[in-house]
Write a protein that binds this ligand. Structure first.
Ligand SMILES: Nc1nc2c(ncn2[C@@H]2O[C@H](COP(=O)(O)OP(=O)(O)OP(=O)(O)O)[C@@H](O)[C@H]2O)c(=O)[nH]1
Ligand SMILES: [Mg+2]
Length: 627
């Protein structure tokens, strides 16, 4: 433990994971030192500790089938673990996370779970081994003791964009908003496909967290490679409408290099250099923000604990009669503050309802209206273009079309709505956090005044990060997001694409006659039904999030009250027991005060070391570092 001894170990280079872990460990040391004090109520440090230890960098690997996504994950882990093949393969999301030993858990759609052996993986996560997902697998979670994962990275392997075998919804779309970074794989032997470009066109708002990798560079050399890099970069830039980071690599060479411990191959693969940059990005974007937020919260806690210790110390020198008066005054103030907070509950309800009405409902009905207009036009166009198709075939194709289009349109909209609602909800939460912090400060100030102690509260502005963990709940199973009933989920092959213009081509040969009224009726019904379900889904989540949030802020207040209560109560008890007890306790309190001052100094040191380097790192244009 570093806290308190004032010795700063050699600090690793800024931007590295070691740098991040160095300060994270020192912060954990400070947290332990604070938690060990008698006057600290159990649970006061728990949240902060959980946030520090539970922090993971989520990395999703996406791209068209056969670009080498799974191979890249194996290369990053340095083990031939996940099945790789020359035919479209991965059909189930596989999540890799750190564990002391290899452990593979299958999670089924119905909620069952089961452990499997590594050689069985192919029967669960691949199209060949688990055709059309007959086993009903939702996702597979692999724990593995790799150094890369131990750094706090969680990798998500996804089925290829544009694959014809897609039984799950479009995983990449769902994972992207919640990922800290995405690796999008292209490969040198094939130019970017339409499916890839469509995907990129839809996700360009996440451009700053997508890293483009041009894989399989071992196929090319010298000038050919340069041309390929330039070409891919141009294509992506056009679609994304911004400069992109493109890194040429060979996952295959990297894996071989790892397996045979061949440094030359590893360097040739260019993967280690990329992995290093990626780490720097993650640490900068997420790690440093987390550390800064924990430092702020801990400093605030330290100032409160210090005040409590002083209070207790002062209480020991106060007569019992005077103490009784103070305790009564404190109780009154406490009741007043708790009462105010309970009233605020109603306001929290109001604001959440307003978010539902003013944002969710308005946006949803606008989206439904646009979707109806768009699909009406599409259906009309069909009618004109497809005159000769047998009615039965046409109906069947249209049913599938409507289901697939509506489902995909809602899916895209939901990702967008999710971001908006999360931002709106977090805004509400931030207001409340400020409010509860004010109440806590006012209670602390009141108590310190009673005993004539100076108390200088550490103010922290609640940040996005503070609220996002209390948050708009992240749904547990981002994969199983199908909302439509089974009867209408007959998906067309993926070539049908996401937009109506593409389905039109597909159905050009199918259509003949059309019962327009019936088709439209089906369409309206499906859109309304899906709209209703989507609304229900979001309202449920908002309400659950609100309740959890309220519980957590009230807990914060309760903990402060309990801390002050304890301090006063201790003083009262000891005063009643006589001078000897008081003397002994005073010695302990003084030791605790010295300890808390040491933690405070250490926190200052951590803040300087950890955040001082932040500005220097910012603004590095990774694309300029391509060798
Ligand atoms: N030459 C060469 N081949 C590679 C490289 N990376 C992957 N491959 C090969 O490309 C094929 C596809 O690799 P996978 O990792 O299964 O590709 P994927 O993107 O996961 O494919 P899906 O799971 O179908 O989406 C395999 O035969 C790999 O051996 C590379 O850097 N160089
Ligand atoms: Mg794969």
């Amino acid at each position: 433990m570093n806290a308190g001894n004032g010795i700063a170990a050699t600090v690793p280079p800024s931007g590295s994971t070691q740098h991040y872990h160095h300060f994270k460990d020192r912060l954990l040391g400070c947290l332990e030192a604070v938690a060990a004090l008698d006057s600290v109520v159990a649970g006061e440090c728990r949240d902060l500790k959980e946030r520090l230890t539970g922090n993971l960098f989520n990395l999703v690997v996406v791209g068209q089938f056969k670009r080498g996504k799974t191979c890249l994950i194996n290369a990053l882990l340095g083990v031939d673990l996940l099945p790789v093949a020359v035919v479209p393969l991965t059909s189930i999301v596989t999540i890799l996370t750190y564990g002391e030993t290899l452990r593979i858990e299958v999670i089924y759609n119905d909620g069952r779970t089961g452990l499997i052996r590594p050689e069985e993986l192919t029967h669960y996560v691949t199209e060949m081994g688990n055709p059309r997902n007959t086993r009903g697998v939702r996702e597979v979670v692999v724990q593995y003791p790799s150094a890369y994962l131990k750094e706090g990275v969680r990798l998500v392997d996804t089925p290829g964009v544009g694959s014809a075998y897609r039984h799950n919804t479009d995983v990449a779309y769902q994972y992207l908003p919640k990922s800290d970074a995405a690796l999008f794989l292209l490969s040198v032997e094939q130019p970017a496909s339409q499916a890839e470009l469509d995907f990129l066109g839809d996700v360009h708002q996440y451009a700053d967290r997508i890293f483009f990798l041009l894989n399989k560079i071992d196929y090319l050399s010298g000038q050919e490679l340069e041309q390929s890099i330039e070409f891919s970069r141009q294509v992506i830039r056009e679609v994304m409408q911004t400069n992109v980071k493109l890194f040429p690599i060979s996952a295959k060479l990297a894996l071989e290099g790892q397996l045979t411990d061949n440094q030359g191959l590893l360097e040739q693969s260019r993967l280690p250099a990329f992995a290093e940059l990626l780490t720097q990005f993650l640490v900068r974007e997420k790690g440093t923000i987390l550390l800064s937020s924990v430092i702020g919260h801990l400093s605030r806690l330290v100032s409160q604990v210090r005040c409590r210790l002083e209070l207790e110390s002062k209480a020991l020198g106060t007569s019992l009669d005077e103490l009784r008066v103070h305790i009564t005054a404190f109780d009154r103030k406490r009741q007043e503050i708790v009462g105010d907070q309970r009233k605020l509950r109603l306001l929290l309800d109001d604001e959440t309802n307003r978010l539902i009405r003013a944002d969710l409902d308005v946006e949803l009905s606008r989206f439904q209206k646009e979707l109806i207009e768009q699909m009406e036009k599409g259906v009309e166009q069909w009618r004109q273009e497809n005159q000769q198709l047998p009615l039965e075939e046409l109906n069947e194709a249209l049913e599938s079309y409507i289901s697939a289009e509506v489902q995909q349109a809602f899916q895209g909209w939901r990702a967008h709505a999710e971001d908006r609602l999360a931002a709106g909800f977090n805004r509400i939460c931030r207001g409340y956090l400020s409010n509860i912090n004010d109440s806590i400060d006012s209670l602390m100030r009141f108590s310190s005044k009673l005993f004539d102690i100076s108390f200088d509260p550490v103010r922290i502005e609640p940040t996005w990060d503070d609220t996002s963990h209390v948050h708009f709940l992240v749904k547990d199973d981002p994969v199983a997001l199908e909302l439509l009933a089974d009867s209408v989920t007959v998906l067309l092959p993926r070539i049908v694409g996401k937009r109506f213009s593409k389905i039109k081509n597909f159905l050009v040969d199918l259509a003949n006659r059309i019962v327009l009224g019936k088709v439209k009726e089906k369409m309206y019904h499906t859109i309304n039904m899906q709209g209703g379900r989507t609304r229900y889904y979001f309202v449920e989540r908002l309400n659950k999030s609100k309740n959890l949030f309220y519980k957590s802020i009230m807990e914060k207040l309760d903990i402060t009250i309990a801390g002050l209560d304890n301090a006063l109560d201790q003083g009262f008890q000891l005063r009643s027991q006589g001078e000897e007890q008081v003397g002994r306790h005073r010695i302990r309190l003084e030791a605790d005060l010295r300890q808390i001052d040491r933690v405070y100094q250490d926190l200052l040191d951590i803040r300087n070391g950890c955040l001082g380097s932040r500005t220097q790192d910012q603004g590095v244009d990774l694309s300029e570092r391509i060798s």
